[in-house]
Design a protein around this ligand. Structure first.
Ligand code: NDP
Length: 248
């Protein structure tokens, strides 16, 4: 079976760089129409120039996932431009790492608002369209630390564990309307988010990975392609780890 996303409308948050951008590029390579969304105008302009150069079908819509009005507009504009939405990928995420006893309220709130409330806002706004269409694929990007926990990341791991519980609940609510909801839990992936880690921390991570390498954004993107494709029509409420075997 040839994978093909011709005429499929795919909305991706945090598409300006890193994993989100690579997911967007991969869907475009398979023929999808992309709604590229990010709150960083500079990276949105950058990814838009690349998509224009490649002659991919897309629309760039700035959106801060913590802002309810902007999120509602993102989905309304998607329907206005393309008449439907087939795939929603909740990818935007941030870290504000520190140990629990040093963590400030604003570090907790920023991470929970972006990583968990942001996923709630976009999913709620998309759900009514998906339900009406009786079709949809939602893919939420969590993290293996949402399963294992991680010292120094109490806010981040709580948010990512929340995404897993949220996704399983939405999967149950929307299944009768032929909407699937799945989670990708990446391990250690080379992006700007992980570039800030020291060499010794990176080495420590890689030593714990059976496949002995960091993951690439493309490893995550390929999983998103699978989950959004008809090959995964009978899969919902699942968490797929893309981590080189780090967590088994
Ligand atoms: P990056 O920081 O490289 O990219 C995240 C993108 O999201 C950036 O463009 C960022 O903008 C944008 N963004 C941040 N906050 C918001 C917001 N409120 N609204 C809209 N856009 C926003 O991260 P990665 O590509 O590494 O990570 C992508 C996802 O994968 C995240 O959810 C992350 O938690 C998850 N993940 C990553 C792992 C890794 O090893 N890299 C491992 C496990 C999970 P700006 O450039 O301004 O920051």
């Amino acid at each position: 079976m040839e994978l093909n996303f011709d005429d499929k409308v795919v909305v991706i948050t945090g598409a300006g760089r890193g994993i989100g951008r690579t997911i967007a590029e991969r869907f475009a390579e398979f023929g999808a129409i992309l709604i590229l969304s990010d709150y960083n105008q500079e990276s949105l302009t950058d990814v838009s120039s690349y998509f224009t150069e490649k002659q991919y079908s897309f629309k760039a819509i700035p959106c801060d996932v913590t802002n309810k009005d902007q999120v509602n507009q993102l989905l309304e504009q998607t329907i206005e431009y393309f008449g439907k939405i087939d795939v929603l990928i909740n990818n935007a995420g941030i870290t504000r790492d520190t140990l629990l006893i040093r963590m400030k309220d604003d570090q907790w709130d920023a991470v929970l608002n972006t990583n968990l409330k942001g996923v709630f806002l976009t999913t709620r706004a998309a759900a009514k369209h998906f339900m009406k269409q009786r079709f949809g694929k939602i893919i939420n990007i969590s993290s293996v630390v949402g399963i294992t926990g991680n010292a120094g990341q109490v806010n981040y791991s709580a948010s990512k564990a929340g995404v897993i519980g949220f996704s399983k609940s939405v999967a149950q609510e929307l299944a009768s309307r032929n909407v699937t909801v799945n989670v990708i839990a990446p391990g250690f992936i080379e992006t700007e988010m992980t570039q800030v880690l020291s060499e010794s921390v990176k080495e420590n991570f890689i030593n714990k990975i059976p496949l002995k390498r960091a993951g690439t954004p493309k490893d995550v993107a390929n999983t998103a392609i699978f989950l959004a494709s008809p090959l995964a029509d009978y899969i919902t409420g699942q968490v797929v780890k893309v981590d080189g075997g780090m967590v088994m």
